[in-house]
Design a protein around this ligand. Structure first.
Ligand SMILES: Nc1ncnc2c1ncn2[C@@H]1O[C@H](COP(=O)(O)OP(=O)(O)OP(=O)(O)O)[C@@H](O)[C@H]1O
Length: 295
């Protein structure tokens, strides 16, 4: 395989146990360069553990390669090409903004102070401000400015907008997309607020109890998944098409199908492509409500 075709991240049979309890049960996934991937799952599903494996912060069984290297063995080297936000609270609060930039300039070879200052223009964050005096939203902006000023090919964001209000969250993602993603960069992001990142994703991965249950380019979603809202009382024929989710709401039946053509469903009601959150509900539900049975 030549350099260009090589995926940026490749995991094969990735397993991780803590205290003899297996948390990741053999994950397989490939992330090519230039994609914006959302990794979504319930609390405790294994998102952070997966990111930590990618960042080389935890050793795992199986194979994982990031930019062609094993991240656990080549962490220091890889960090020149990776920028990472774990959560908005993790900047050293006792420093001033200017001192933070001094520190990062010392430790990160690809950090551009000029760019970071540029990103802060138009915000209320001053170079002399102490980080602990900034509001949560300002800290998030500062964090994003730091990350965007690092010339990295992979950006990993673990719940980057946790604790922020909706206005800041929207601004954060808009800025990220406008100012960062126009170069050939790859972004891997976890969040609980899937609706807010749907507009920017090129791929979506769902992780449930340490297993990948969906790994799909966004452009394939509309080909593969369909949602039907029907008034039909007799849903026998529809059940035969094996819906992956069924819900009764306001006297109507909502069904989600995987791999069923729109014309097969159209005679029964309104057919659309489910949103990521609709699909999340459909694929992450408990087993006892699947395959058309409401229990
Ligand atoms: N260092 C650790 N030691 C023991 N168990 C751990 C450790 N780190 C994570 N776990 C366990 O592994 C499971 C997955 O945790 P992880 O943090 O990866 O989930 P997550 O999907 O990121 O969850 P959240 O959305 O709540 O952050 C959880 O059951 C957690 O308790």
């Amino acid at each position: 395989m030549n350099e260009i075709a090589k995926p940026l991240i490749e995991a094969r049979n990735l397993r991780k146990s803590f205290n003899k309890k297996e948390i990741l049960h053999g994950l397989n996934f490939t992330i090519p360069k230039g994609r914006i991937v959302g990794l979504v799952g319930h609390n405790g599903a294994g998102k952070t553990t997966t990111l930590n494996a990618i960042l080389g912060l935890t050793d795992c069984e199986g194979d994982i390669s990031v930019l062609g290297k094993n991240p656990y063995q080549h962490r220091a080297e890889l960090m020149n090409d990776i920028a990472f936000i774990s959560d908005v609270a993790s900047l050293p609060r006792f420093l001033k903004v200017r001192e933070l930039f001094d520190l990062i300039e010392d430790i990160h070879p690809n950090f551009s102070r000029e760019k970071a200052n540029g990103f802060l223009e138009g915000t209320d964050i001053r170079a002399n401000a102490k980080i602990k005096a900034l509001s949560k939203g300002m800290v998030a902006q500062l964090h994003l400015a730091v990350v965007m000023a690092i010339d990295a090919s992979l950006l990993v964001l673990d719940e980057p907008t946790l604790g922020l209000d909706i206005t800041y969250r929207k601004r954060f993602y808009k800025r990220l997309l406008e100012d960062y993603m126009h170069e050939e960069r790859t972004l891997l992001i976890t969040t609980h607020q899937v609706d807010e990142i749907e507009f920017m994703l090129s791929d979506i991965m769902f992780i449930k109890d340490g297993q990948i249950v969906l790994d799909c380019p966004m452009e394939d979603m509309s080909e593969r998944y369909r949602q039907l809202v029907t008034d039909e009382k007799d849903v026998e024929a529809l059940n035969a098409l094996k819906p992956i989710y069924v819900e009764q709401k306001f006297g109507q039946t909502i069904m989600v199908f995987d791999g069923v053509a729109a014309d097969q469903l159209a005679p029964y009601g309104k057919v659309s492509t489910p949103t990521i959150s609709d699909l999340f509900v459909a694929l992450m539900q408990r087993e006892d409500t699947r395959h058309g049975e409401i229990i």
